[in-house]
Write a protein that binds this ligand. Structure first.
Ligand code: GDP
Ligand code: MG
Length: 598
Protein backbone atom coordinates (compact mmCIF):
# COMPACT_ATOMS: atom_id res chain seq x y z
CA UNK A 1 0.00 0.00 0.00
CA UNK A 2 0.88 3.68 -0.18
CA UNK A 3 2.40 4.00 3.30
CA UNK A 4 4.89 1.18 2.52
CA UNK A 5 6.07 3.22 -0.46
CA UNK A 6 6.85 6.44 1.39
CA UNK A 7 10.43 7.38 2.31
CA UNK A 8 11.13 10.51 4.37
CA UNK A 9 14.74 11.56 4.51
CA UNK A 10 16.97 14.46 5.06
CA UNK A 11 20.48 15.42 4.05
CA UNK A 12 22.95 16.37 6.74
CA UNK A 13 26.40 17.73 6.09
CA UNK A 14 28.91 20.34 7.00
CA UNK A 15 28.46 23.60 5.12
CA UNK A 16 29.81 23.48 1.53
CA UNK A 17 30.09 19.72 1.38
CA UNK A 18 27.43 19.61 -1.32
CA UNK A 19 23.94 19.10 0.18
CA UNK A 20 22.20 21.61 -2.04
CA UNK A 21 23.93 20.39 -5.19
CA UNK A 22 23.05 16.79 -4.35
CA UNK A 23 19.43 17.80 -3.74
CA UNK A 24 19.40 19.42 -7.19
CA UNK A 25 20.68 16.21 -8.83
CA UNK A 26 18.07 14.14 -7.01
CA UNK A 27 15.31 16.47 -8.20
CA UNK A 28 16.58 16.14 -11.78
CA UNK A 29 16.92 12.36 -11.68
CA UNK A 30 13.36 11.98 -10.45
CA UNK A 31 12.04 14.45 -13.05
CA UNK A 32 10.64 16.58 -10.27
CA UNK A 33 12.08 19.49 -12.08
CA UNK A 34 12.81 19.84 -15.78
CA UNK A 35 16.21 20.87 -17.02
CA UNK A 36 14.70 24.08 -18.27
CA UNK A 37 13.47 25.01 -14.80
CA UNK A 38 16.69 23.96 -13.21
CA UNK A 39 18.64 26.71 -11.61
CA UNK A 40 21.42 25.83 -9.26
CA UNK A 41 20.21 25.00 -5.75
CA UNK A 42 16.49 25.18 -6.19
CA UNK A 43 15.84 24.36 -2.60
CA UNK A 44 17.53 27.52 -1.44
CA UNK A 45 14.68 29.77 -2.40
CA UNK A 46 15.40 32.85 -0.36
CA UNK A 47 17.52 35.33 -2.34
CA UNK A 48 19.68 35.67 0.68
CA UNK A 49 20.41 31.95 0.71
CA UNK A 50 21.54 31.93 -2.90
CA UNK A 51 23.75 34.93 -2.46
CA UNK A 52 25.45 33.58 0.59
CA UNK A 53 25.43 30.02 -0.64
CA UNK A 54 23.98 28.75 2.59
CA UNK A 55 20.73 27.05 3.41
CA UNK A 56 18.86 28.87 6.13
CA UNK A 57 15.32 27.56 6.18
CA UNK A 58 14.54 23.93 5.88
CA UNK A 59 12.58 22.95 2.81
CA UNK A 60 10.59 19.85 2.04
CA UNK A 61 9.82 18.52 -1.42
CA UNK A 62 7.95 15.48 -2.66
CA UNK A 63 9.40 13.41 -5.47
CA UNK A 64 8.52 10.16 -7.20
CA UNK A 65 11.09 7.51 -7.94
CA UNK A 66 10.60 4.31 -9.86
CA UNK A 67 13.11 1.87 -8.42
CA UNK A 68 14.89 -1.03 -10.12
CA UNK A 69 12.34 -3.37 -8.52
CA UNK A 70 9.72 -1.72 -10.76
CA UNK A 71 7.78 -0.05 -7.97
CA UNK A 72 7.24 3.68 -7.60
CA UNK A 73 8.11 5.34 -4.31
CA UNK A 74 7.13 8.69 -2.83
CA UNK A 75 10.16 10.48 -1.42
CA UNK A 76 10.01 13.48 0.85
CA UNK A 77 13.33 15.22 0.88
CA UNK A 78 13.97 17.73 3.62
CA UNK A 79 16.97 19.98 3.17
CA UNK A 80 18.74 21.26 6.27
CA UNK A 81 21.08 24.13 7.03
CA UNK A 82 24.73 23.40 7.79
CA UNK A 83 25.75 26.34 9.93
CA UNK A 84 26.23 26.03 13.67
CA UNK A 85 23.71 28.81 14.31
CA UNK A 86 20.97 26.71 12.79
CA UNK A 87 21.33 23.29 14.35
CA UNK A 88 17.93 23.87 15.90
CA UNK A 89 16.41 23.84 12.41
CA UNK A 90 18.30 20.65 11.69
CA UNK A 91 16.80 18.91 14.67
CA UNK A 92 13.34 20.03 13.56
CA UNK A 93 13.69 18.61 10.10
CA UNK A 94 15.15 15.37 11.38
CA UNK A 95 12.10 14.80 13.55
CA UNK A 96 10.06 14.51 10.33
CA UNK A 97 12.28 11.79 8.83
CA UNK A 98 13.17 8.11 9.10
CA UNK A 99 16.51 8.37 7.37
CA UNK A 100 19.33 10.73 6.51
CA UNK A 101 22.03 10.97 3.89
CA UNK A 102 25.27 11.92 5.57
CA UNK A 103 27.22 13.87 2.97
CA UNK A 104 30.96 14.22 3.56
CA UNK A 105 33.33 16.06 1.24
CA UNK A 106 35.91 13.57 -0.08
CA UNK A 107 38.65 16.18 0.14
CA UNK A 108 37.74 17.85 3.43
CA UNK A 109 36.67 14.87 5.50
CA UNK A 110 34.50 14.90 8.61
CA UNK A 111 34.26 18.36 10.16
CA UNK A 112 32.92 19.71 13.42
CA UNK A 113 29.46 20.51 12.15
CA UNK A 114 29.15 17.15 10.41
CA UNK A 115 29.60 15.58 13.81
CA UNK A 116 27.08 17.85 15.51
CA UNK A 117 24.43 17.14 12.89
CA UNK A 118 25.02 13.44 12.65
CA UNK A 119 24.68 13.10 16.42
CA UNK A 120 21.31 14.82 16.14
CA UNK A 121 20.31 12.24 13.54
CA UNK A 122 21.57 9.35 15.67
CA UNK A 123 19.65 10.73 18.67
CA UNK A 124 16.50 10.49 16.57
CA UNK A 125 17.30 6.87 15.60
CA UNK A 126 17.45 7.68 11.92
CA UNK A 127 18.90 5.23 9.41
CA UNK A 128 22.05 6.91 8.17
CA UNK A 129 23.47 6.39 4.68
CA UNK A 130 27.00 7.75 4.31
CA UNK A 131 27.73 9.48 1.00
CA UNK A 132 31.25 10.58 0.13
CA UNK A 133 30.80 13.48 -2.26
CA UNK A 134 33.12 15.32 -4.66
CA UNK A 135 35.05 12.19 -5.66
CA UNK A 136 35.69 13.98 -8.96
CA UNK A 137 38.19 16.27 -7.20
CA UNK A 138 41.86 15.38 -7.71
CA UNK A 139 42.37 15.88 -3.97
CA UNK A 140 39.60 13.40 -3.08
CA UNK A 141 40.64 10.74 -0.55
CA UNK A 142 37.59 8.52 -0.19
CA UNK A 143 39.43 5.82 1.75
CA UNK A 144 40.77 8.24 4.34
CA UNK A 145 37.28 9.73 4.69
CA UNK A 146 35.74 6.27 5.13
CA UNK A 147 38.14 5.63 7.97
CA UNK A 148 37.26 8.96 9.52
CA UNK A 149 33.55 8.20 9.40
CA UNK A 150 34.15 4.89 11.17
CA UNK A 151 36.54 6.27 13.75
CA UNK A 152 34.93 9.58 14.54
CA UNK A 153 31.26 8.73 14.19
CA UNK A 154 31.25 5.00 14.72
CA UNK A 155 29.24 4.33 11.59
CA UNK A 156 29.95 1.44 9.26
CA UNK A 157 31.30 3.14 6.14
CA UNK A 158 32.26 0.01 4.18
CA UNK A 159 29.28 0.49 1.92
CA UNK A 160 29.45 4.30 1.79
CA UNK A 161 28.34 5.60 -1.59
CA UNK A 162 31.02 7.33 -3.65
CA UNK A 163 29.39 10.26 -5.41
CA UNK A 164 29.89 13.46 -7.27
CA UNK A 165 26.86 15.69 -7.03
CA UNK A 166 28.51 17.97 -9.54
CA UNK A 167 29.05 15.41 -12.29
CA UNK A 168 26.11 13.18 -11.39
CA UNK A 169 28.05 10.11 -10.22
CA UNK A 170 26.40 7.80 -7.69
CA UNK A 171 23.01 9.50 -7.70
CA UNK A 172 21.04 6.44 -8.78
CA UNK A 173 22.78 4.33 -6.16
CA UNK A 174 21.73 6.88 -3.55
CA UNK A 175 18.09 6.68 -4.66
CA UNK A 176 18.15 2.85 -4.56
CA UNK A 177 19.66 2.86 -1.09
CA UNK A 178 16.94 5.20 0.15
CA UNK A 179 14.39 2.63 -1.02
CA UNK A 180 16.14 -0.35 0.57
CA UNK A 181 17.63 1.17 3.74
CA UNK A 182 15.25 3.88 4.95
CA UNK A 183 12.21 2.39 6.72
CA UNK A 184 8.68 3.31 5.65
CA UNK A 185 6.86 5.56 8.15
CA UNK A 186 5.26 3.57 10.94
CA UNK A 187 2.14 5.61 11.83
CA UNK A 188 -1.47 4.38 11.98
CA UNK A 189 -3.74 5.32 9.08
CA UNK A 190 -6.94 4.75 11.07
CA UNK A 191 -5.94 6.61 14.21
CA UNK A 192 -7.08 10.21 14.86
CA UNK A 193 -5.05 12.82 12.99
CA UNK A 194 -1.69 13.75 14.48
CA UNK A 195 0.48 16.08 12.43
CA UNK A 196 3.71 17.73 13.54
CA UNK A 197 4.17 21.37 12.50
CA UNK A 198 7.84 21.63 11.56
CA UNK A 199 7.69 24.97 9.82
CA UNK A 200 5.18 27.63 8.85
CA UNK A 201 5.06 30.71 6.67
CA UNK A 202 2.62 33.56 6.31
CA UNK A 203 0.90 34.15 3.00
CA UNK A 204 -1.21 37.31 2.92
CA UNK A 205 -3.68 35.51 0.67
CA UNK A 206 -4.17 32.16 2.36
CA UNK A 207 -3.09 33.00 5.89
CA UNK A 208 -0.64 30.81 7.76
CA UNK A 209 0.65 27.85 5.72
CA UNK A 210 1.55 24.98 8.05
CA UNK A 211 4.27 22.59 6.89
CA UNK A 212 3.52 19.29 8.53
CA UNK A 213 4.54 15.70 8.81
CA UNK A 214 1.45 13.49 9.17
CA UNK A 215 2.28 11.05 11.93
CA UNK A 216 -1.13 9.31 12.20
CA UNK A 217 -4.43 9.48 10.29
CA UNK A 218 -5.45 11.71 7.39
CA UNK A 219 -6.49 15.29 6.72
CA UNK A 220 -8.52 16.73 3.84
CA UNK A 221 -10.19 19.94 2.72
CA UNK A 222 -13.25 20.74 4.86
CA UNK A 223 -12.00 18.87 7.94
CA UNK A 224 -12.04 20.81 11.17
CA UNK A 225 -8.59 20.78 12.77
CA UNK A 226 -7.45 21.71 16.23
CA UNK A 227 -4.08 23.00 17.40
CA UNK A 228 -3.31 20.99 20.50
CA UNK A 229 -1.29 23.62 22.37
CA UNK A 230 -4.13 26.15 22.52
CA UNK A 231 -7.30 24.34 21.44
CA UNK A 232 -7.91 26.75 18.54
CA UNK A 233 -10.04 25.27 15.74
CA UNK A 234 -9.94 25.97 12.01
CA UNK A 235 -11.52 24.57 8.85
CA UNK A 236 -9.02 23.23 6.34
CA UNK A 237 -9.12 25.17 3.07
CA UNK A 238 -6.31 23.44 1.20
CA UNK A 239 -3.82 20.61 1.55
CA UNK A 240 -0.92 19.77 -0.74
CA UNK A 241 2.75 19.01 -1.17
CA UNK A 242 5.73 20.95 -2.41
CA UNK A 243 7.13 19.45 -5.61
CA UNK A 244 9.00 21.83 -5.50
CA UNK A 245 6.20 24.33 -6.16
CA UNK A 246 2.95 23.91 -4.19
CA UNK A 247 0.73 21.17 -5.69
CA UNK A 248 -2.82 20.79 -4.29
CA UNK A 249 -3.96 17.35 -3.13
CA UNK A 250 -7.29 15.91 -2.05
CA UNK A 251 -5.81 14.71 1.16
CA UNK A 252 -2.66 14.07 3.13
CA UNK A 253 -2.26 10.78 4.92
CA UNK A 254 0.01 9.00 7.38
CA UNK A 255 3.68 9.40 6.44
CA UNK A 256 3.12 12.38 4.15
CA UNK A 257 5.07 15.60 4.41
CA UNK A 258 3.06 18.50 3.03
CA UNK A 259 1.21 21.68 3.85
CA UNK A 260 -2.17 22.67 5.32
CA UNK A 261 -3.93 26.02 5.07
CA UNK A 262 -7.00 26.81 7.14
CA UNK A 263 -7.53 30.57 6.91
CA UNK A 264 -5.41 31.06 10.03
CA UNK A 265 -4.99 34.81 10.24
CA UNK A 266 -3.41 35.24 13.63
CA UNK A 267 0.22 34.38 13.51
CA UNK A 268 0.44 34.02 17.29
CA UNK A 269 -1.81 30.94 17.19
CA UNK A 270 0.67 28.69 15.46
CA UNK A 271 3.86 27.34 16.93
CA UNK A 272 6.46 25.22 15.30
CA UNK A 273 6.53 21.90 17.16
CA UNK A 274 2.80 21.97 17.90
CA UNK A 275 0.53 19.05 16.99
CA UNK A 276 -2.45 19.39 14.63
CA UNK A 277 -5.30 17.02 15.35
CA UNK A 278 -8.91 16.52 14.26
CA UNK A 279 -11.48 18.61 16.14
CA UNK A 280 -14.09 15.85 15.77
CA UNK A 281 -11.79 13.02 16.88
CA UNK A 282 -8.90 14.58 18.75
CA UNK A 283 -5.81 12.54 19.55
CA UNK A 284 -5.27 11.90 23.25
CA UNK A 285 -1.73 13.12 23.47
CA UNK A 286 0.24 15.68 21.54
CA UNK A 287 3.51 14.75 19.86
CA UNK A 288 6.68 15.45 21.72
CA UNK A 289 7.37 18.68 19.87
CA UNK A 290 10.66 20.48 20.08
CA UNK A 291 12.84 21.54 22.90
CA UNK A 292 12.63 25.28 23.42
CA UNK A 293 15.80 26.96 22.38
CA UNK A 294 17.14 30.06 23.98
CA UNK A 295 18.80 32.89 22.13
CA UNK A 296 22.46 33.48 22.81
CA UNK A 297 22.98 36.92 21.37
CA UNK A 298 20.89 40.03 21.88
CA UNK A 299 20.75 43.28 20.03
CA UNK A 300 18.47 46.31 19.74
CA UNK A 301 16.68 46.92 16.44
CA UNK A 302 15.31 50.39 15.79
CA UNK A 303 13.59 51.82 12.73
CA UNK A 304 15.48 54.83 11.38
CA UNK A 305 12.09 56.43 10.95
CA UNK A 306 10.27 56.21 14.30
CA UNK A 307 6.91 56.11 12.53
CA UNK A 308 7.82 52.61 11.28
CA UNK A 309 7.73 51.05 14.74
CA UNK A 310 4.51 49.15 14.04
CA UNK A 311 5.76 47.98 10.65
CA UNK A 312 8.82 46.60 12.38
CA UNK A 313 6.66 44.78 14.91
CA UNK A 314 4.58 43.21 12.16
CA UNK A 315 7.67 42.20 10.22
CA UNK A 316 9.22 40.56 13.30
CA UNK A 317 5.99 38.66 13.95
CA UNK A 318 6.03 37.33 10.41
CA UNK A 319 9.64 36.25 10.62
CA UNK A 320 9.04 34.60 13.96
CA UNK A 321 6.40 32.42 12.37
CA UNK A 322 9.00 30.27 10.69
CA UNK A 323 11.91 31.17 12.87
CA UNK A 324 11.06 29.89 16.30
CA UNK A 325 14.46 30.92 17.58
CA UNK A 326 13.84 34.61 17.06
CA UNK A 327 12.70 36.46 20.17
CA UNK A 328 11.83 40.10 20.62
CA UNK A 329 10.28 42.54 23.06
CA UNK A 330 9.79 46.31 22.91
CA UNK A 331 12.71 48.42 24.02
CA UNK A 332 13.06 52.15 24.46
CA UNK A 333 16.38 53.84 24.00
CA UNK A 334 16.99 57.48 24.84
CA UNK A 335 19.24 57.69 21.82
CA UNK A 336 17.29 55.64 19.29
CA UNK A 337 13.67 55.89 20.34
CA UNK A 338 11.25 52.95 20.19
CA UNK A 339 12.44 49.60 18.92
CA UNK A 340 12.85 45.98 19.93
CA UNK A 341 15.37 44.02 21.93
CA UNK A 342 15.86 40.87 19.87
CA UNK A 343 17.40 37.53 20.75
CA UNK A 344 19.29 35.45 18.17
CA UNK A 345 21.06 32.11 18.04
CA UNK A 346 24.30 33.66 16.88
CA UNK A 347 25.79 36.34 14.71
CA UNK A 348 24.87 34.78 11.39
CA UNK A 349 21.30 34.41 12.54
CA UNK A 350 21.32 38.07 13.58
CA UNK A 351 22.68 39.12 10.19
CA UNK A 352 20.14 37.06 8.34
CA UNK A 353 17.23 38.51 10.31
CA UNK A 354 18.44 42.06 9.76
CA UNK A 355 18.85 41.51 6.04
CA UNK A 356 15.47 39.84 5.68
CA UNK A 357 13.78 42.70 7.52
CA UNK A 358 15.39 45.21 5.23
CA UNK A 359 14.83 43.33 1.99
CA UNK A 360 11.54 41.56 2.44
CA UNK A 361 9.87 44.26 4.50
CA UNK A 362 11.62 47.30 3.14
CA UNK A 363 12.66 48.71 6.49
CA UNK A 364 15.66 50.90 7.25
CA UNK A 365 17.08 49.79 10.57
CA UNK A 366 19.67 50.71 13.10
CA UNK A 367 21.00 47.70 14.94
CA UNK A 368 23.03 48.02 18.10
CA UNK A 369 26.10 45.92 18.77
CA UNK A 370 25.29 42.38 19.90
CA UNK A 371 25.54 41.43 23.54
CA UNK A 372 25.21 38.22 25.52
CA UNK A 373 23.12 37.98 28.68
CA UNK A 374 24.61 38.39 32.14
CA UNK A 375 23.59 37.14 35.57
CA UNK A 376 24.12 39.88 38.11
CA UNK A 377 24.08 39.56 41.93
CA UNK A 378 23.22 42.87 43.53
CA UNK A 379 24.47 44.05 46.91
CA UNK A 380 20.87 44.06 48.20
CA UNK A 381 20.84 40.27 47.81
CA UNK A 382 18.68 40.07 44.67
CA UNK A 383 19.69 38.57 41.36
CA UNK A 384 18.85 39.94 37.90
CA UNK A 385 19.56 38.88 34.33
CA UNK A 386 20.32 41.56 31.80
CA UNK A 387 20.76 41.31 28.05
CA UNK A 388 21.20 45.02 27.45
CA UNK A 389 24.45 46.64 28.60
CA UNK A 390 22.72 49.96 29.22
CA UNK A 391 20.71 48.27 31.98
CA UNK A 392 23.76 47.27 33.97
CA UNK A 393 23.42 48.87 37.43
CA UNK A 394 26.09 51.11 38.88
CA UNK A 395 29.24 49.31 40.01
CA UNK A 396 28.56 50.09 43.68
CA UNK A 397 25.27 48.14 43.51
CA UNK A 398 26.84 45.06 41.93
CA UNK A 399 28.32 42.19 43.91
CA UNK A 400 29.06 39.71 41.12
CA UNK A 401 28.58 39.42 37.36
CA UNK A 402 28.53 36.08 35.57
CA UNK A 403 28.77 35.63 31.81
CA UNK A 404 28.00 32.62 29.59
CA UNK A 405 30.93 30.36 28.74
CA UNK A 406 31.15 27.89 25.89
CA UNK A 407 33.14 24.81 25.18
CA UNK A 408 34.52 25.42 21.69
CA UNK A 409 35.89 22.68 19.41
CA UNK A 410 38.11 24.03 16.72
CA UNK A 411 39.18 21.61 14.04
CA UNK A 412 42.29 22.56 12.05
CA UNK A 413 45.13 21.07 10.07
CA UNK A 414 48.26 20.52 12.23
CA UNK A 415 50.12 23.52 10.88
CA UNK A 416 47.64 26.00 12.29
CA UNK A 417 47.39 24.82 15.87
CA UNK A 418 49.72 27.60 17.03
CA UNK A 419 47.64 30.27 15.32
CA UNK A 420 44.44 28.93 16.87
CA UNK A 421 45.91 28.88 20.36
CA UNK A 422 47.20 32.41 19.97
CA UNK A 423 43.71 33.68 19.12
CA UNK A 424 41.98 31.68 21.82
CA UNK A 425 44.38 32.98 24.51
CA UNK A 426 43.86 36.54 23.37
CA UNK A 427 40.09 35.99 23.72
CA UNK A 428 40.38 34.93 27.36
CA UNK A 429 40.29 31.26 26.42
CA UNK A 430 41.16 28.47 28.83
CA UNK A 431 42.83 25.52 27.15
CA UNK A 432 41.10 22.18 27.79
CA UNK A 433 42.59 19.55 25.51
CA UNK A 434 43.80 18.68 22.06
CA UNK A 435 43.07 15.50 20.08
CA UNK A 436 44.88 14.35 16.96
CA UNK A 437 42.15 13.10 14.65
CA UNK A 438 44.47 11.65 12.07
CA UNK A 439 47.86 12.48 10.66
CA UNK A 440 46.71 15.85 9.45
CA UNK A 441 44.11 17.27 11.73
CA UNK A 442 43.71 18.32 15.31
CA UNK A 443 40.65 19.12 17.37
CA UNK A 444 41.55 21.89 19.83
CA UNK A 445 39.18 22.45 22.74
CA UNK A 446 38.93 25.66 24.71
CA UNK A 447 36.58 27.14 27.29
CA UNK A 448 35.81 30.66 26.10
CA UNK A 449 33.46 33.46 27.09
CA UNK A 450 30.57 33.52 24.61
CA UNK A 451 30.92 37.28 24.30
CA UNK A 452 34.37 36.81 22.78
CA UNK A 453 33.08 34.26 20.29
CA UNK A 454 30.24 36.42 19.07
CA UNK A 455 32.56 39.24 18.18
CA UNK A 456 35.14 38.53 15.55
CA UNK A 457 36.47 35.21 16.79
CA UNK A 458 35.29 33.22 13.80
CA UNK A 459 36.60 35.75 11.29
CA UNK A 460 39.97 35.85 13.04
CA UNK A 461 40.04 32.09 13.09
CA UNK A 462 39.27 31.79 9.40
CA UNK A 463 41.75 34.42 8.33
CA UNK A 464 44.64 33.02 10.32
CA UNK A 465 44.07 29.44 9.14
CA UNK A 466 43.52 30.16 5.44
CA UNK A 467 39.87 29.26 5.96
CA UNK A 468 40.63 25.71 7.15
CA UNK A 469 39.41 25.97 10.72
CA UNK A 470 35.89 24.95 11.60
CA UNK A 471 34.22 25.94 14.82
CA UNK A 472 31.51 24.33 16.85
CA UNK A 473 30.50 25.33 20.35
CA UNK A 474 28.00 24.70 23.08
CA UNK A 475 27.20 26.83 26.08
CA UNK A 476 28.32 25.12 29.27
CA UNK A 477 27.20 27.59 31.93
CA UNK A 478 27.85 30.94 33.58
CA UNK A 479 31.07 32.00 35.29
CA UNK A 480 32.05 35.02 37.35
CA UNK A 481 34.20 37.48 35.47
CA UNK A 482 35.72 40.81 36.27
CA UNK A 483 33.36 42.82 34.09
CA UNK A 484 32.52 46.51 33.99
CA UNK A 485 30.13 48.67 32.06
CA UNK A 486 31.69 51.14 29.67
CA UNK A 487 29.71 54.19 28.61
CA UNK A 488 30.29 56.26 25.52
CA UNK A 489 29.58 59.99 25.68
CA UNK A 490 28.95 62.09 22.60
CA UNK A 491 29.06 65.81 23.14
CA UNK A 492 29.05 65.15 26.89
CA UNK A 493 25.96 62.90 26.96
CA UNK A 494 26.07 59.15 27.54
CA UNK A 495 24.51 57.29 24.57
CA UNK A 496 22.69 54.26 25.95
CA UNK A 497 22.86 52.34 22.66
CA UNK A 498 26.66 52.54 22.69
CA UNK A 499 27.21 51.10 26.18
CA UNK A 500 29.03 47.80 26.42
CA UNK A 501 30.22 45.36 29.03
CA UNK A 502 33.92 44.67 28.97
CA UNK A 503 36.49 42.78 30.95
CA UNK A 504 38.43 45.06 33.30
CA UNK A 505 41.78 44.03 31.86
CA UNK A 506 40.73 45.09 28.37
CA UNK A 507 38.67 48.15 29.26
CA UNK A 508 41.35 50.72 28.64
CA UNK A 509 42.47 49.24 25.33
CA UNK A 510 38.91 48.77 24.09
CA UNK A 511 37.84 52.23 25.18
CA UNK A 512 40.63 53.69 23.09
CA UNK A 513 39.77 51.51 20.10
CA UNK A 514 36.07 52.36 20.19
CA UNK A 515 36.69 56.06 20.51
CA UNK A 516 39.08 55.90 17.56
CA UNK A 517 36.54 53.98 15.45
CA UNK A 518 33.77 56.40 16.35
CA UNK A 519 35.95 59.30 15.35
CA UNK A 520 36.28 57.71 11.91
CA UNK A 521 32.63 56.82 11.47
CA UNK A 522 30.88 59.93 12.79
CA UNK A 523 30.93 62.53 10.03
CA UNK A 524 31.92 66.08 10.73
CA UNK A 525 29.10 68.26 11.91
CA UNK A 526 28.60 72.00 12.16
CA UNK A 527 30.23 71.95 15.58
CA UNK A 528 32.97 70.04 17.36
CA UNK A 529 31.87 66.70 18.83
CA UNK A 530 33.89 65.35 21.78
CA UNK A 531 33.81 61.54 22.10
CA UNK A 532 34.62 59.95 25.44
CA UNK A 533 34.71 56.46 26.90
CA UNK A 534 33.97 56.26 30.62
CA UNK A 535 33.78 53.67 33.37
CA UNK A 536 31.63 55.12 36.10
CA UNK A 537 32.82 58.70 36.43
CA UNK A 538 36.27 57.98 35.10
CA UNK A 539 37.03 58.98 31.51
CA UNK A 540 39.38 56.36 30.06
CA UNK A 541 39.67 57.59 26.46
CA UNK A 542 38.74 60.64 24.46
CA UNK A 543 38.86 62.12 20.99
CA UNK A 544 37.13 64.82 18.95
CA UNK A 545 35.37 65.03 15.61
CA UNK A 546 36.30 68.43 14.26
CA UNK A 547 33.65 70.74 12.85
CA UNK A 548 33.67 70.88 9.06
CA UNK A 549 34.97 73.89 7.34
CA UNK A 550 33.79 73.52 3.79
CA UNK A 551 30.75 72.11 2.12
CA UNK A 552 31.53 68.85 0.28
CA UNK A 553 30.24 70.42 -2.88
CA UNK A 554 32.55 73.38 -2.59
CA UNK A 555 35.33 71.12 -3.84
CA UNK A 556 33.76 70.83 -7.24
CA UNK A 557 32.43 74.30 -7.44
CA UNK A 558 31.80 75.06 -11.06
CA UNK A 559 32.95 71.52 -11.85
CA UNK A 560 30.86 68.99 -13.69
CA UNK A 561 27.28 68.46 -12.74
CA UNK A 562 27.26 64.66 -12.70
CA UNK A 563 29.95 64.61 -10.06
CA UNK A 564 27.94 66.98 -7.92
CA UNK A 565 24.86 64.84 -8.31
CA UNK A 566 26.81 61.71 -7.42
CA UNK A 567 28.10 63.29 -4.27
CA UNK A 568 24.63 64.38 -3.29
CA UNK A 569 23.29 60.88 -3.89
CA UNK A 570 26.01 59.45 -1.72
CA UNK A 571 25.12 61.85 1.04
CA UNK A 572 21.49 60.91 0.74
CA UNK A 573 22.18 57.17 0.88
CA UNK A 574 24.35 57.74 3.93
CA UNK A 575 21.69 59.86 5.58
CA UNK A 576 19.11 57.10 5.30
CA UNK A 577 20.96 55.16 7.98
CA UNK A 578 21.74 58.18 10.17
CA UNK A 579 20.10 58.77 13.43
CA UNK A 580 20.12 62.06 15.27
CA UNK A 581 21.42 61.30 18.76
CA UNK A 582 20.88 64.47 20.75
CA UNK A 583 22.32 67.02 18.41
CA UNK A 584 24.77 64.64 16.73
CA UNK A 585 24.07 62.73 13.49
CA UNK A 586 25.31 59.17 14.02
CA UNK A 587 25.54 56.57 11.22
CA UNK A 588 24.62 52.88 11.60
CA UNK A 589 28.28 51.83 11.41
CA UNK A 590 28.98 53.74 14.58
CA UNK A 591 26.72 51.42 16.59
CA UNK A 592 28.67 48.49 15.25
CA UNK A 593 32.04 50.00 16.07
CA UNK A 594 31.80 48.19 19.39
CA UNK A 595 32.44 45.06 17.36
CA UNK A 596 35.88 45.88 16.01
CA UNK A 597 37.72 45.89 19.24
CA UNK A 598 41.06 44.29 18.58
P1 GDP B 1 26.04 22.91 0.84
O1 GDP B 1 26.55 24.09 1.60
O2 GDP B 1 26.35 21.64 1.56
O3 GDP B 1 24.61 23.03 0.42
O4 GDP B 1 26.95 22.82 -0.47
P2 GDP B 1 26.62 23.23 -1.96
O5 GDP B 1 25.76 22.23 -2.65
O6 GDP B 1 26.20 24.64 -1.99
O7 GDP B 1 28.09 23.05 -2.60
C1 GDP B 1 29.20 23.79 -2.16
C2 GDP B 1 30.20 23.93 -3.30
O8 GDP B 1 30.73 22.66 -3.67
C3 GDP B 1 29.57 24.50 -4.57
O9 GDP B 1 30.50 25.37 -5.16
C4 GDP B 1 29.34 23.27 -5.43
O10 GDP B 1 29.36 23.57 -6.81
C5 GDP B 1 30.50 22.38 -5.04
N1 GDP B 1 30.19 20.97 -5.21
C6 GDP B 1 29.10 20.30 -4.77
N2 GDP B 1 29.18 18.99 -5.11
C7 GDP B 1 30.35 18.83 -5.77
C8 GDP B 1 31.01 17.69 -6.38
O11 GDP B 1 30.54 16.55 -6.39
N3 GDP B 1 32.22 17.93 -6.93
C9 GDP B 1 32.79 19.16 -6.96
N4 GDP B 1 33.98 19.29 -7.55
N5 GDP B 1 32.20 20.24 -6.41
C10 GDP B 1 30.99 20.08 -5.82
MG1 MG C 1 23.24 24.50 0.70
Amino acid sequence: DRQQHIRNFSIVAHIDHGKSTLADRILEMTDTISEREMQAQVLDDMDLERERGITIKLNAVELHYTAKNGETYIFHLIDTPGHVDFSYEVSRSLAACEGALLVVDAAQGVEAQTLANVYLALDDDLEIIPVINKIDLPSAQPDVVKEEIEEMIGLDASDAILASAKSGIGIEEILERIVTDVPAPSGDLDAPLKALIFDSVYDSYRGVVLNVRIVDGTVKVGDEIELMSNGKKFEVTEVGVMSPKAVKRDMLMVGDVGYITAAIKTIQDTHVGDTVTSAAHPAEEALEGYRKITPMVYSGLFPVDNAKFNDLREALERLQLNDAALEFEPETSQALGFGFRCGFLGLLHMDVVQERLEREFNLDLIMTAPSVDYEVDLTDGTQITIDNPSEMPEASAVKDIREPFVKASIMVPNDYVGAVMEIAQRKRGEFVTMDYLDKYRVNVIYNLPLSEIIYDFFDDLKSSTKGYASLDYEVTGYRSSDLVKMDILLNGDAVDALSSIVHKDFAFERGKAIVARLKETIPRQQFEVPIQAAIGNKIIARSTVKAYRKNVLAKCYGGDVTRKRKLLEKQKAGKKRMKAVGSVEVPQEAFMSLLDMN
